[in-house]
Design a protein around this ligand. Structure first.
Ligand SMILES: C[S@@+](CC[C@H](N)C(=O)[O-])C[C@H]1O[C@@H](n2cnc3c(N)ncnc32)[C@H](O)[C@@H]1O
Length: 405
């Protein structure tokens, strides 16, 4: 490794982690790290190994992957993880949130000169690298499809240019239409199906169909098959050719785990996660008021045998949807970020190997926006044979075209 490469390694680690964290890991002062970063002093090459150990390892299959994919609206990589574990190699990532980018890079392998692309709406689809599978958990922003005539909203490229359709789904569709991957997986909230009396969903499915994809099918899956959290999300898959993909291949455990499997021992949890008296009283009063009005809103108190409600991106505000009951008259507490990583299935119970280089507030937001990782892993497992079959079929089509030409 050259001196410049060692410097780039330092820059990468200091982008993901704070200078303080890197300094602690190397057992040097923060000032020393700062001098290296500002090129006042050269980074001693002897630190290469320790710096490298802060970054994710290169997956062994990357030299010869079964398929390639791109990861759009990547968040912290919950969708990537499942497809990487099925032998896929990520060739392009887009995520504009700087904090999510850091968590993503802390947990997923990237070459030292690879970067995460920001705003996907600013990238011409032809600049996106070729890939076999497009993955996109596009944000559930309000859809402005209503009012757009069906003619305009369908797959014709000129339709996508229309300003009123400035939704991120159309950016995704445009990339699919331009790059024509063998398959795609889109993910969104369950309510996508019912939005605008089903029109939004209809336009999405019709648009994908117009792009020339077969076997387009959607399924709502609840994360609680794999983790102690009720989290329903819709998944839409499509293939260039219908090779018989069916959701019936899913293997969803019937009896999912309970909260006890993800909770840290109470005596190891920092006090800062316990609700203040003021906040706890406020939540109780708020819940009582709504109960009196006949509304079901309120906090969600959980114990070891419970399955939690859906973790939301606003969990950092008051944590009200999932509060851990600490028994007796003790105030409940929030989940810790480590418990959130388990609740989203990023790590197995008792493990703590998901790296969280950001503040608690950012971590809650990131986990609340993310997917239940084992759900995606299971979808990737059943999609894989159809991805491979499609790649082969497309190769055959190409060689026939070349022959005819
Ligand atoms: C619902 S979250 C997806 C989370 C992801 N599936 C995961 O596993 O963490 C949507 C993500 O899209 C990102 N995003 C929204 N608009 C974007 C844009 N125009 N370009 C790139 N990223 C964007 C948000 O910052 C957010 O992290």
């Amino acid at each position: 490794m050259t001196q410049e490469q060692t410097y780039q390694l330092l820059k990468r680690t200091c982008w993901i982690y704070t200078q303080n964290d890197v300094a602690k890991h190397l057992e040097v002062s923060r000032e020393e790290v700062n001098r290296w970063l500002n090129k006042k002093v050269e980074v001693p090459k002897s630190y290469q190994f320790l710096l490298d150990s802060l970054l994710p390892e290169k997956p062994s299959h990357y030299a010869d992957p079964d398929f390639t994919f791109i990861d759009l609206f990547a968040g912290i990589g919950g969708i990537r993880r499942g497809f990487e574990r099925q032998g896929g190699k990520c060739v392009f990532t887009s995520e504009w949130d700087k904090f999510a980018q850091r968590t993503y890079a802390a947990n997923h392998y990237m070459t030292i000169d690879e970067f995460i692309t920001g705003d996907i709406t600013q990238i011409p689809p032809s600049n996106v690298p070729d890939h076999d599978v497009l993955l996109a958990g596009f944000p559930c922003q309000p859809f402005s499809i209503a009012g757009v005539s069906k003619k305009n909203s369908l797959g014709r490229l000129h339709g996508f240019e229309c300003k009123t359709q400035g939704t991120l789904f159309f950016n995704v569709a445009k990339i699919i239409g331009t790059k024509r991957p063998a398959a795609f997986l889109l993910e969104n909230v369950k309510n996508l199906k019912g939005h605008d009396k089903g029109n939004t969903f209809k336009v999405i499915m019709e648009t994908l169909d117009e792009l020339g994809y077969d076997g387009i099918t959607a399924r709502i899956i609840d994360g609680q098959h794999f983790v102690p959290q009720h989290r329903e999300r819709i998944f839409i898959v499509g293939f260039r050719r219908d090779t018989g993909f069916t959701w019936n291949d899913l293997e969803l455990p019937v009896d999912g785990p309970r909260m006890a499997t993800i909770l840290e021992p109470e005596n190891t949890v920092e006090k800062k996660y316990v609700l203040s008296q003021k906040l706890w009283s406020y939540l109780k009063n708020y819940a009582a008021k709504h109960k009196a009005k006949g509304n079901g809103f309120g906090y969600g108190l959980v114990g070891p045998d419970s399955v939690a409600r859906t973790l939301s991106a606003r969990y950092y505000k008051d944590g009200s949807e999932i509060l851990i009951d600490r028994g007796g008259r003790k105030n409940p507490r929030r989940l810790t970020p480590l418990e959130c990583s388990r609740l989203m299935g990023y790590v197995k119970p008792n493990e703590s190997n998901f790296k969280i280089p950001v503040s608690d507030m950012q971590a809650y937001k990131q986990f609340g926006n993310s997917v239940v990782a084992p759900v995606v892993e299971e979808i990737a497992r059943i999609m894989k044979p159809h991805i491979i079959a499609n790649i082969k079929l497309l190769d055959k089509d190409d060689s026939q075209l070349r022959f005819v030409g």
